[in-house]
Design a protein around this ligand. Structure first.
Ligand code: FES
Ligand SMILES: [Fe+2]
Length: 373
């Protein structure tokens, strides 16, 4: 192990974990957007629930169509607000009927107050979070508990698209692991030939040496534009179709996004994979892909995508069995270098937030990594 060895890989016994938890440090990155739900999970004026970074949320959409996210806990006695009623504008708690503006969380009514009472109702707020809908997801900006929301909240992430017409599809799967394991699994190049063996993609026997260029980008790193491995059928099809070279660019950006862009002439395919912390022992992969390769039917693509995700999920279920016993873990060069960058980026960001110094990037320039997969 090297430089910025993260706590999650240092745990050699139960102590480290319990100390970290006692400090309230669950290894989550606050002050970022996370996908809480698919847009389709909010139906009409019904309230929906989700959990992000161990924060229970109640979500809905106002009668003007604006999505909102509140902490699913009444500030009076803590009963989940999701048991209450929503009228398209305010959420009414099921216990004593306090009502809150859904978008601001501001209390608008306490039914038990009399004309004698001086309590300033408008000074009471239910926890609430900035909320936006893009690409079929309800995104929630998770600011740290007890912190005030900054003046400027960046825009929620958006999937890149390059033509007016395109197909889009979503897949998701739960992983019974800390988000860090989900993320390093996502960027791990060496498991492919073992976990993702399949006739249409590749076999274990196709393992060969690879060399890829990486470069630093703000809050992340990029696998520089390159021609994808020629042993994959989909890429071969694409090249045949356009007669132009195929290039792939893959970015990882904190806190949790892997973006892939494949282009060949006018044809394009983009995808975004996020790994979102739900609880300390559970994360979720959300995958969205869009393309204008109209010869690629959504159903076929989904079948392949599901197979891939299931293979990763099964592996992580097995890994979780082993992680219960807090084994000592390793990151090796070069195959685990992206994982090392991830941990370093994360550590440096936290350090910068604590001290106010500029975020140091673990890469000083382009780097070539070599591995066999
Ligand atoms: S607990 Fe919500 S109004 Fe009392
Ligand atoms: Fe995988």
């Amino acid at each position: 192990m090297s430089e910025a060895t993260p706590a999650i890989l240092q745990q050699t016994n139960g102590t480290a974990a319990s100390e970290a938890e006692r400090d309230g440090d669950l290894g989550f990155l606050w002050d970022f957007w996370y996908p809480a739900l698919r847009s389709t999970e909010i139906v009409g004026e019904r309230l929906a629930t989700a959990m992000l970074l161990e924060v229970p949320l109640v979500l809905g959409r106002t009668s003007d169509g604006k999505a909102f996210a509140m902490r699913d806990s009444c500030p009076h006695r803590g009963i989940p607000l999701s048991y209450g009623r929503f009228d398209g504008k305010t959420v009414e708690c099921s216990y004593h009927g306090w009502r809150f503006d859904a978008c601001s969380g501001q209390c608008v009514e306490i039914p038990s107050l009399t004309s004698q009472d001086k309590l300033r109702v408008d000074r009471i707020f239910a926890g609430h979070y900035p909320c936006e809908e893009h690409d079929g997801y309800v995104w929630v900006y998770m600011h740290a508990p007890g912190s005030r929301l900054g003046e400027t909240v960046p825009a929620a992430p958006k999937l890149a698209t390059f033509s007016a017409k395109y197909k889009i599809t979503h897949l998701a799967c739960d992983l019974p692991a800390h988000v860090d394991h989900g993320i390093i699994g996502l960027m791990d190049p060496a498991h492919g030939p073992f976990v993702h063996q399949s006739w249409f993609w590749r076999s274990r026997g196709s393992i060969h040496e690879k060399q890829k260029q990486f470069e630093p980008i703000p809050n992340g790193f990029r696998m520089s534009p390159h021609s994808p491995s020629s042993n994959s059928l989909p890429y071969q099809l694409l090249k045949k179709r356009t007669g132009e070279p195929v290039t792939t660019t893959i970015d990882f950006i904190l806190p949790n996004r892997r973006l892939e862009e494949i282009r060949s002439g006018k044809l394009w395919f983009t995808s975004q994979t996020t790994v979102t912390p739900v609880r300390r022992d559970l994360c979720r992969i959300d995958f969205v892909a869009a393309w204008n390769l109209f010869f690629l039917p959504v159903a076929i693509f989904r079948a392949f995508g599901k197979t891939f995700l299931r293979q990763d999920q099964e592996t992580m279920i097995q890994q979780a069995e082993g992680l219960k016993h807090n084994p000592h873990l390793m990151l090796i060069d070069d195959a685990d270098r992206p994982a090392k960058w991830y941990f370093a980026l994360k550590a440096n960001l936290l350090e910068s937030r604590r001290t106010g110094v500029e975020v140091a990037h673990p890469m000083s320039g382009p780097v070539t990594l070599r591995w066999r997969s």
